[in-house]
Design a protein around this ligand. Structure first.
Ligand code: ADP
Ligand code: MG
Length: 384
């Protein structure tokens, strides 16, 4: 079963109906696949372009229905309920398997898997008590970052400890979540970069070009490709991502976030076993998009070429930017810069500050033109 090809015309079930599922369904539809999403929000971003079962992610009856109606199942977020994951594996075909989820749902398990693949992570310690934390802070040094082992995203579930007086409050705050904690040494990186790897059940692996990522308020603001790093770093980053995908026997996409230090060292920060925000640039800029590649991988089709066709800057559109960006779509795309802006909006109903509503891929001859375009629109004020 694990080697079989899921042919076009088959139905792909997606756990989660957000923008990642939507873009997956749009890309996979071009290959002739049908999609059905399971999501509690009626007319979710994915449900608008595919079928949808409206139910909670841990609803086992709904999970059974999804399994019955799908030839293959994937997910667009990693915090899938373990029981539901097991049920889906039993009732349907989930080529990514539940082990990849189990590993990437938990920062400690994830770090061990990264180390096993021969890559380096920031020195870390498992924290079970405030006493553990005090000991670990004195060993790893200040600043350091306390994180919940599970459930964090966009900087939530983290505390950067900058003085000894913050140890008590940090522990009190994060231990409220009732999950294990991990303390990491603070890596003073010069750049954050990421690589998305794809692996299929037949064992084929391909990586996308390195993205240089800039976060604002812990949320991805822009991805710049080609990343402004030397050739050696690019090759090493792609090699590490491929090694991790291979070592974990991942199926589908595996996004690898990394820190690059001044002396050229690469630390792996975290993994995501799904399409990733820092891979949205691939939609127009690569020969194959990350979404098509994910569909190809889970269906065991040959993987597509990942070559970069043009320099690109991807900028995220958050709730506070939506109105201005809609103005660009409705009015004009002429900017005086040598840039082609490709706008993607996710069809989310409620706009709220910091909520990811869309993104723009700025196709350009030089990434500086894309960055200048962002500046001159004045939409992303006070952001670099
Ligand atoms: N050990 C660290 N050293 C320095 N910066 C860090 C460290 N861990 C996290 N960060 C910063 O916080 C951001 C969010 O952390 P991350 O572990 O990626 O969590 P999330 O799940 O929220 O993306 C990172 O992109 C990076 O900018
Ligand atoms: Mg992250």
């Amino acid at each position: 079963m694990s080697q079989s090809v899921i042919r076009p015309g088959s139905t792909i079930g997606v756990l989660g109906g957000g923008q990642l599922g939507r873009m997956m369904a749009l890309a996979g539809s071009n290959l002739g696949y049908r999609f059905i999403a399971l999501d509690p929000t009626p007319e979710s971003p994915c449900g608008q372009v595919a079928g949808q079962i409206v139910a909670g992610y841990s609803d086992q009856t709904a999970a059974r229905e999804l399994a019955e109606r799908s030839d293959v199942i994937t997910y667009e977020f990693e915090n899938v309920d373990a029981e539901v994951a097991a049920l889906l594996e039993e009732l349907s075909y989930v080529p990514q398997g539940s082990r990849l989820l189990y590993t990437t749902q938990h920062r400690l398990r994830e770090k061990r898997a990264v180390e096993k693949a021969g890559a380096t992570v920031a020195p870390y310690a498992e924290i079970g008590s405030e006493a553990d934390l005090r000991e670990a802070v004195s060993r790893l040094g200040i600043p350091c970052v306390l994180k919940t082992a599970m459930g964090g995203y966009d900087g939530k579930g983290q505390w950067v400890i900058r003085s000894e007086s913050e140890i008590g409050p940090a522990y009190a705050e994060l231990s409220k979540a009732g999950v294990e904690l991990v303390l990491e040494q603070f890596i003073s990186f010069v750049k954050e970069i990421s690589v998305i790897a794809a692996r299929s059940p037949r064992g084929e692996i391909k990586t996308f070009p390195v993205a240089e990522n800039i976060h604002v308020d812990n949320i991805l603001h822009v991805s710049i490709v080609p990343a402004r790093v030397n050739e050696k770093v690019q090759q090493e980053a792609e090699r590490l991502a491929a090694n991790i995908a291979e070592s974990m026997e991942a199926v589908g996409l595996l996004a690898v976030e990394m820190f690059l230090t001044e002396d050229g060292e690469i630390y792996v920060n975290e993994l995501a076993p799904r399409p990733h925000n820092s891979g949205h640039y691939t939609m127009e800029a690569c020969a194959t998009s990350q979404f098509e590649q994910h569909v190809r991988a889970v269906c065991n089709l040959p993987l597509g070429p990942t070559k970069l066709r043009t320099p690109v800057v991807m900028v995220n559109v958050l709730g506070e930017h939506t109105e201005d960006v809609e103005g660009i779509v409705v009015n004009s795309t002429e900017t005086g810069f040598n840039v082609i802006p490709k706008v993607h909006l996710y069809g989310k109903k409620g706009s709220a500050p910091k909520r990811k509503m869309g993104h723009i891929n700025l196709l350009c001859d030089d990434v500086e033109d894309g960055l200048n375009w962002i500046q001159q629109t004045n939409i992303w004020r006070n952001q670099n």
